[in-house]
Design a protein around this ligand. Structure first.
Ligand SMILES: *Cc1c(COP(=O)(O)O)cnc(C)c1O
Length: 496
């Protein structure tokens, strides 16, 4: 398939090319030329077998690659997961399910896409006979960084440098990154919050002297952030899978409309749900759940996107985001692909941190989306109650979604089946989860993990337990203006 830019200033290119570029040359995001129509019966048949087969089928709609290559990619990608079902679906009640996207090597939903993306990039280099290697630069609010490092580690012809906000990620998240092994990886803290790190990385992509430096060293940029088209599409698959699986198991009727509740930050995950709906999946509402950084809640309910507000550090740091990049793709679709309008809004966002959409656009959005947020207290209470009622331990991000699901049911009276999207293993946020469950404050993250295991009868995942033994390989923290020299040093080291 060909893809277009949301800013409309370039010709369509093949999806495999878009994966190599990351962001479009006009500053926009790549979107599919059309939305292919799925055949639900076919998907139900796949869902009865293996997740990776269904995922390959979904990729095949979008990527100009042969079936066997895609099947190999998804088989390898999801072979790294610790559950043979890949995406287990937990039933809390006949009307409430949790889709667990947490079984990948880094215990966060980012693995769903980031185990696939490096393999797509590797193939795309061959397809387009690109001579330069690919340098991935990524800003992370916590989970992307580790998942990207794990996905790209030692993938030939790629190198990756991850920038994380020095005081914006959880202890376990940080340890997961700074202990990362692999010959082609670098990790660097940035003084500031996630938006500082993201702004810094965006500036690198636009830096012509850095580009020239890299070209000489035999590299071009790409991005592993959720703006990369190759991140978005693997995420479409699990919405289709969840529906097909529930239908195949007789939990829902054929064609019955269901809701998905998504803990949202950069708007990548929930956008994939929107794409699935556009492909014909019977989705009633996509429920956008935010934490105290509730820019999106206000956007959907008041038609103004306004990032000019205090930034809150929460228990769900992967959602501590004020600029949700992927919203641009949704705006492109709901305006009937009006790229001039998208450019105007994105320009306003850049200059004033704010833009307003017309009433009719908002009304249209409200047909598909419903949005609310959970405070820290509500999140804690949801973790406690979910464990108390179901014996089921969830992480703070998932708890935000579960809490907003409950608000949705109360406020709308809608009793349709809801699938809560679970995005991280609770042991990534042990100290917070322990405090929510048992009221204990424990400074040491590993001790907290032991206490949490005792209190809940759950097991510490080996990816977490093993961190204690691993040496810190990436201790550096730089100022906001020093990202460029960090990249240069890394590339020089790669050349040695
Ligand atoms: C990244 C992340 C999110 C937010 O997902 P987006 O695609 O950025 O909206 C939510 N929860 C967890 C655990 C994450 O890692």
């Amino acid at each position: 398939m060909q893809v277009l830019s949301t800013r409309g200033k370039m010709n369509a290119i093949p999806a495999t090319q878009a994966v190599l570029q990351g962001i479009a040359a006009d500053g926009g995001l790549f979107v599919p030329e059309t939305f292919p129509e799925i055949d639900l019966e076919e998907m139900k048949a796949y869902a009865a077998h293996e997740y990776d087969i269904l995922a390959a089928r979904v990729l095949q709609y979008f990527f100009d690659m042969d079936e066997a290559a895609l099947a190999e990619i998804t088989q390898q990608a999801y072979g790294t997961f610790d559950d043979s079902r890949v995406v287990p679906i937990k039933e809390l009640s006949p009307a409430e399910y949790v889709m667990e996207l947490t079984h990948g090597p880094t215990l966060a939903f980012k693995d769903m896409a980031l185990q696939v993306l490096p393999r797509l990039i590797r193939r795309a280099l061959d397809i387009h006979k690109q001579e330069e290697n690919v340098l991935i630069l990524t800003a992370t609010s916590g989970d992307t960084g580790k998942a990207a490092l794990e996905g790209f580690r030692d993938v030939p012809r790629t190198a990756i440098e991850v920038f994380y906000p020095a005081d914006g990620v959880a202890t376990m998240q940080k340890l997961q990154m700074v202990t990362q092994e692999g010959g082609n990886v670098a990790v660097c803290g940035v003084q500031g919050n996630f938006d500082d790190a993201q702004t810094g990385v965006k500036a690198l992509f636009a830096d012509e002297t850095l580009k020239a430096f890299l070209k000489k060293a035999g590299y071009t940029f790409s991005s592993a952030n959720s703006i990369n088209f190759g991140r978005l599409i693997p995420q479409v698959a699990y919405y289709i899978y969840a529906y097909a699986k529930l239908a195949a198991d007789g939990k829902i009727a054929d064609g019955e409309e269901i809701n998905f509740v998504v803990p949202t930050g950069n708007f990548g995950n929930i956008l994939a749900g929107y794409y699935a709906k556009r492909m014909g999946l019977p989705v009633k509402k996509l429920i956008c759940a935010s934490n105290g950084n509730n820019v999106l809640t206000d956007f959907f309910n008041k038609s103004v996107y306004d990032a000019n507000r205090p930034f809150h550090k929460t228990m769900s740091p992967s959602m501590d985001i004020l600029i949700s990049s992927n919203l641009e793709r949704l705006l492109f679709e709901v305006t009937g692909r009006d790229d001039a309008q998208v450019r105007a809004w994105m320009e306003a966002l850049k200059t004033s941190g704010k833009y307003e959409i017309p009433q009719e656009t908002q009304a249209q959005l409200k047909g598909t989306f419903w949005a609310d947020f959970a405070s820290e207290e509500e999140t804690a209470q949801t973790i406690r109650e979910t464990f108390g009622t179901h014996g089921y331990l969830i992480d703070p991000h998932t708890a935000v979604a579960k809490c907003v699901e409950e608000k949705y049911r109360r406020e709308t009276g809608d009793d349709a089946v809801c699938v809560v999207v679970s995005t991280a293993n609770p042991y990534k946020f042990t100290q917070d989860v322990l405090r929510c469950i048992s009221g204990q404050d424990e400074d040491d993250a590993f001790r907290a993990a032991q206490l949490l295991a005792q209190a809940t009868g759950t097991e510490i995942p080996p990816q977490i337990a093993d961190l204690q033994e691993k040496p810190v390989l990436h201790p550096d923290v730089v100022g906001r203006t020093e990202l460029k020299s960090a990249v240069e040093v890394f590339i020089e080291r790669m050349g040695e």
